[in-house]
Design a protein around this ligand. Sequence first.
Ligand code: LLP
Length: 414
Amino acid sequence: MTPFNRRAGLLHCEDVALDAIARDFGTPTYVYSSAGLSAAYQAYDQAFAGHEHLICYAVKANSSLAILNLFAKLGAGFDIVSGGELARVLAAGGDPAKVVFSGVGKTAAEMEAALAAGIHCFNVESESELARLNAVAGRLGKVAPVSFRVNPNVDAKTHPYIATGLKENKFGIAYDDAPRLYREAAGLANLRVVGIDCHIGSQLTESSPFGEALDKVLDLVDRLAADGVVLAHIDLGGGLGVRYKDETPPAMSEYAGVLLSRLAGRTQKLVLEPGRSLVANAGLLLTKVEYLKHGEAKDFAIVDAAMNDLMRPSLYDAWHDVQPVRERSAIARRYEIVGPVCESGDFLARERDLALAEGDLLALLSAGAYGMSMSSNYNTRPRAAEVLVAGGNAVLTRRRERVEDLFSDEIVPA
Ligand code: LLP
């Protein structure tokens, strides 16, 4: 399902032409489709309808309040990794009782905020964190719901920067330590053991690692039950991949089948933490060609978006499709699509055959996930605006940053 379509040669988001968005809101601008976001959430919800489940959207993929609010209205929970993300979820009207808190470095202050909000559970990633959480909860006179993030040592077969379930990764507790740590947690007065969790990586394009991870988790669930530790939920993290170019990630039905077949007859609620697969293909980055530069070795299209806006190509050599907003019937040339940032690594796309003129608008597709949320102010560049489209309506959901915002917290010593 693509929420972006071409009508009479002009690229649209739902029923809104992208040149109108550029005219009204400027560039660079992230543009999201409500229908695309809703359809992605509903695909999960429907595929898992046969088993009690909670879809906790991984806020880090795109933490726009408008998007969080849209998912909250559809009934989503949220996977957070910081106090900042908790504050966003609450500001967007998310239900704290549906929030799971992941991450290896939770501070005492973040734990306090999450306990005060009454979150669903803490995904604990170390023995030291367990002790800290028990102490913080005790201080507040609360009982913290906990789940251990276990590291199942499964190869997710994805980019090494985003594989998280191998022994050498910093995440989770070692698989073999789990029984001992669950016993320890059960003995701590201010904790209540509620679940088990794992997340093996991101942008997985095969379903077998999910099955392998779940098998390992279920083995532990059974061993813990024999020990008298009965869990209420199993959280399998996120990680389902999307198509950027020619990847063939498992269809939702295949992914769900792999998990549900293994969960048949089990009482535990299934929790999932998808990020990318809910937002990536519902968003694009709209940018304008500032200059065409025909270099000695290469042709460059210098656009007004840069690596600070969309970091994935520079960081992971990620591929995003580039589409002209209005097609031209001229001969294509092979372009490097680059930004104005002063680094050779500042490219958004390489070797793309396009017919371009200065002033043309381009769309970088599949930019809804880990685009805006990873953007920065490098080169003192204000971050992009964000627009959410629903049918024929385009609404500004984040105004473009202003240069004066960028140094308003700075102090020049007297
Ligand atoms: N749960 C946990 C604990 C995670 O660490 C992540 C992502 C997710 C869920 C969501 O995974 P997803 O469904 O989005 O694959 N910046 C990288 C991706 C980093 C993913 C980090 N963790 C990128 O742009 O490809």
